[in-house]
Design a protein around this ligand. Structure first.
Ligand SMILES: [Fe+2]
Ligand SMILES: [Fe+2]
Length: 263
């Protein structure tokens, strides 16, 4: 049990601390160059999460669970601060106190990712991870919305002359909005909706669409890296959203295995 706690904690922190580090960079790139205080704050978060990421990679799988418990608390504290920073930036943008290129939905989106990471660390340290039927619904409600947002960001950051890709991104946006509503419906019907056949069908259906979106992001990333398409998507952002889709797909694959072994 202690082993699972250590490996699960390290896996979550390794993945999400890199994500938090990159969010700091994306925010910074979107600020106006004379907003130096915000740029400095973003730089500080970049360094904090880079440090956390390095520490997480330095731990071995047989690390002392007590040390990991303490590390989780330290990381939680940092994530709580970056969440507050993101919400403050959102407030400044919405009140037109600052300019720049950060879409409000993007700032809200990255704050939701921070909240998810915070919640996972709390669950790990209090031993309150969701049982499988709840995890399936909760993870899907969270990640389907994240995927739908990504499709919308890609749609708006591609050059409008890339008509075919813009169209594809719009279709993914619509597809994931639909899947999200299905997930919300299943959520409101619980616990009655948490039957094995319904959960299996739910996971299967979502996997098909997530795999397609993941492949689309992979192609977009390659095209952007090779400078074959016109967009204002930095290569790192293309890779970032690709990694988040891969993460969701891995979670869905694990659900599929867990459901079939529960028969
Ligand atoms: Fe992200
Ligand atoms: Fe994201």
């Amino acid at each position: 049990m202690a082993d699972t706690f250590v490996s699960r904690s390290l896996d979550e922190i390794r993945f999400w601390s890199r994500i938090m580090k990159e969010h700091s960079l994306f925010l910074k790139l979107g600020f106006r160059c004379d907003d130096t205080k915000l740029i400095d704050e973003a730089n500080r978060f970049y360094n904090i999460f880079e440090d956390i990421e390095n520490q997480a990679h330095a731990f071995s799988p047989d690390a002392d669970p007590q040390r990991i418990f303490e590390f989780n608390n330290v990381v939680h504290h940092a994530v709580c601060h970056i969440w507050k920073f993101k919400r403050r930036v959102l407030d400044l943008i919405i009140r037109c106190k600052i300019g720049g290129n950060n879409f409000p939905l993007l700032v809200d989106h990255i704050s939701r990712e921070a909240a998810y990471f915070m919640n996972r660390l709390e669950q790990l340290n209090t031993g309150t991870l969701d049982p499988l039927p709840d995890a399936i619904i909760n993870e899907n409600v969270f990640f389907l919305r994240i995927m739908a947002d990504h499709a919308k960001f890609i749609n708006h950051l591609l050059d409008p002359s890339e008509r075919k890709l813009v169209e594809q991104a719009r279709e993914f946006s619509h597809d994931f909005d639909q899947l999200l509503y299905q997930a919300i419906d299943l959520n409101s019907m619980r616990p009655q909706s948490q039957t094995l056949p319904l959960l299996e069908q739910f996971v299967d259906q979502n996997r098909v669409s997530v795999r397609q979106l993941r492949d689309f992001k992979k192609t977009a990333r390659e095209l952007i890296e090779a400078c074959r398409i016109k967009s204002i998507i930095p290569p790192l952002l293309a890779d970032h959203v690709f990694r988040e889709a891969s993460r969701f797909l891995e979670i869905l694959d694990a659900f599929e295995v867990a459901l079939s072994s529960s028969k």
